[in-house]
Design a protein around this ligand. Sequence first.
Ligand SMILES: *[C@@H]1O[C@H](CO)[C@@H](O)[C@H](O)[C@H]1NC(C)=O
Ligand SMILES: *[C@@H]1O[C@H](CO)[C@@H](O)[C@H](O)[C@H]1NC(C)=O
Ligand SMILES: *[C@@H]1O[C@H](CO)[C@@H](O)[C@H](O)[C@H]1NC(C)=O
Ligand SMILES: *[C@@H]1O[C@H](CO)[C@@H](O)[C@H](O)[C@H]1NC(C)=O
Ligand SMILES: *[C@@H]1O[C@H](CO)[C@@H](O)[C@H](O)[C@H]1NC(C)=O
Ligand SMILES: *[C@@H]1O[C@H](CO)[C@@H](O)[C@H](O)[C@H]1NC(C)=O
Ligand SMILES: *[C@@H]1O[C@H](CO)[C@@H](O)[C@H](O)[C@H]1NC(C)=O
Ligand SMILES: *[C@@H]1O[C@H](CO)[C@@H](O)[C@H](O)[C@H]1NC(C)=O
Ligand SMILES: *[C@@H]1O[C@H](CO)[C@@H](O)[C@H](O)[C@H]1NC(C)=O
Ligand SMILES: *[C@@H]1O[C@H](CO)[C@@H](O)[C@H](O)[C@H]1NC(C)=O
Ligand SMILES: *[C@@H]1O[C@H](CO)[C@@H](O)[C@H](O)[C@H]1NC(C)=O
Length: 496
Amino acid sequence: MQMQWLALVICFYAGVASARTEEDQQTSSASGVSNSLPEQCFYRHPIDCPTSDSRCSCKRITLANVPEGNAALCCNTDQQSLEDGLSCIGFQHSNISYVHIRNATLDVFNVSEVRWRMLKSLAITDGKINRLRGQFRMMTPIQCLNLSNNELREVENNSLTRLVQLTTLDLSYNKLTYLPALNTMNGREFWLDISGTNKLSCHDVYHYINKTGEKQITFNRENETVCSSMATWHWFNTTEQVPLSQVLYLSLLQTECPKGDTWQCQCDIRRLDIIEGKPPTHAVSVDCSGMQLTELPEKLPQNTIALNISYNNITVLDDLSTNPRYEDLREFYADYNNISSINKLEGSKFLDNYAILSLRYNKIKVLPTYILSPSAHHKNFLSSRNLVRLGGNKLHCDCNTAKHLKAWLQTRILDSDEVMCENVKEKVVDLEPSKMCVYPGDWTDYIYYIIATEVILLIGLIAKVSYDYWVFKTAGYLPWPANKMPKLPCDWLFET
Ligand SMILES: *[C@@H]1O[C@H](CO)[C@@H](O)[C@H](O)[C@H]1NC(C)=O
Ligand SMILES: *[C@@H]1O[C@H](CO)[C@@H](O)[C@H](O)[C@H]1NC(C)=O
Ligand SMILES: *[C@@H]1O[C@H](CO)[C@@H](O)[C@H](O)[C@H]1NC(C)=O
Ligand SMILES: *[C@@H]1O[C@H](CO)[C@@H](O)[C@H](O)[C@H]1NC(C)=O
Ligand SMILES: *[C@@H]1O[C@H](CO)[C@@H](O)[C@H](O)[C@H]1NC(C)=O
Ligand SMILES: *[C@@H]1O[C@H](CO)[C@@H](O)[C@H](O)[C@H]1NC(C)=O
Ligand SMILES: *[C@@H]1O[C@H](CO)[C@@H](O)[C@H](O)[C@H]1NC(C)=O
Ligand SMILES: *[C@@H]1O[C@H](CO)[C@@H](O)[C@H](O)[C@H]1NC(C)=O
Ligand SMILES: *[C@@H]1O[C@H](CO)[C@@H](O)[C@H](O)[C@H]1NC(C)=O
Ligand SMILES: *[C@@H]1O[C@H](CO)[C@@H](O)[C@H](O)[C@H]1NC(C)=O
Ligand SMILES: *[C@@H]1O[C@H](CO)[C@@H](O)[C@H](O)[C@H]1NC(C)=O
């Protein structure tokens, strides 16, 4: 008897629902709301909800122009009234593919239940649901899932991993701190809305994008989406709430980052440059240190301002002056390489306004100082901006090094006290001009010997002449060799 009554009630409600469906279709076509899927999940406004005097919190809706267009809308429910509502529309047996549950207050929503297995679209919105538990069943054909606006804190990581047809996921305005995994098997594209879910960790979002492939995800309301940056994530120290666009950029950056078969550089955002009226630009720093490279990387990401190429086998710096990808570079670190010359830097754009040039422990022997000296047309720049490090190089040292280069190094080179000499076991700054500039000293010594010899010869000559004179005066003859000498015209002077 009771069962019959119940059946009658169900039939009655079904009748009401189908009657209202026509109304629905009218209103929706009037307001231009399209039922096209999957861009939007099946969704109805509060005005379409079952009236408050109806005892069933759910109602059935037949969607026009949609195959298997059986839909259900449930409103203002808690756990119990949702159960009652679903059973009063005969949910289990009526091939319903589209469900919208509005303003449900549930602690847990269990997605493992068999009754969700036939759904193509599920929207649970504008309510209060703390947790999504379980895992959608195999073969569930859900394409669109809307969990927007629910204060949702927890979704099991693998809840959605069996949804092989899911393309639209709206998690906006919740309190999630991480994202549930998606099934990315057949390489389809996702439309994802995580706006208003400000507690999401950027780190997680970044890894999520990296895992999925950034081209596979379109973020809805990207400009309005922010994520939370943990203090420990070095990329974004300064701001707590980071725009999603920056995370996307970071992810894109990894694909632009120089790499080869056996090596992969590391690219980071150094800072965000915001100039009013222009889209923000990210200053990028690239680390290619210790990759056994023999050449500078051909391509750098846009706006690369710093490159660390230390501990490689780089020999030439040509790219620094010829490669347009190097145009924004302000800091160049190439310590511990095999660079022997900086000549190629002459006249390069890099030298016009660099901040740091570090070439420590290379094979530089000759240092044409004019290359690193501020050029005439850049008089007004601060030389303290152009820091140069050359420590550990072994220059060819000579007098000029000691006299001029030493002083130049001390004013221009940060680590001048580490610049060595190749040919002398000394630091350049320790060179003594008096020692290095030895050839004038040598020459003087030689002169001294000549003078000394001449003086000795002169003294000998005077002594000999004096002796000869004395012998001549006392003995009356001239000793050898004066007696063998021919007579000279001036001899009469002595013949007194
Ligand atoms: C999800 O529901 C929200 C309402 O909370 C609505 O604004 C949004 O458009 C829906 N998203 C999709 C993809 O249907
Ligand atoms: C949501 O549902 C509760 C009952 O569960 C009701 O009291 C409340 O008014 C509803 N809120 C809206 C905005 O309809
Ligand atoms: C549900 O669909 C199946 C096949 O898709 C059909 O056999 C069955 O009759 C339908 N049930 C109802 C109540 O429409
Ligand atoms: C969810 O539903 C499944 C199947 O009905 C059941 O086995 C599981 O225990 C439920 N989980 C929770 C958390 O209620
Ligand atoms: C789910 O993922 C989050 C973040 O990725 C992680 O903290 C949590 O431990 C994971 N939970 C499970 C059950 O794997
Ligand atoms: C991105 O993913 C690739 C492989 O899919 C991995 O090797 C790489 O470490 C990831 N990068 C980051 C920063 O997580
Ligand atoms: C979002 O940002 C893009 C690029 O910066 C811009 O073209 C677009 O107009 C912005 N959209 C909104 C809604 O602000
Ligand atoms: C972020 O902070 C850490 C430690 O506080 C520091 O080592 C790192 O250099 C900082 N990164 C940036 C980009 O400021
Ligand atoms: C440079 O190349 C030599 C031989 O080609 C190799 O032994 C050495 O390890 C390389 N050094 C670096 C830093 O890659
Ligand atoms: C460049 O890389 C080397 C090796 O990883 C590192 O020791 C050095 O500190 C880096 N230099 C800068 C300026 O980051
Ligand atoms: C470094 O350069 C020197 C010549 O400047 C060359 O003889 C040597 O083979 C180079 N070493 C490497 C590892 O390239």
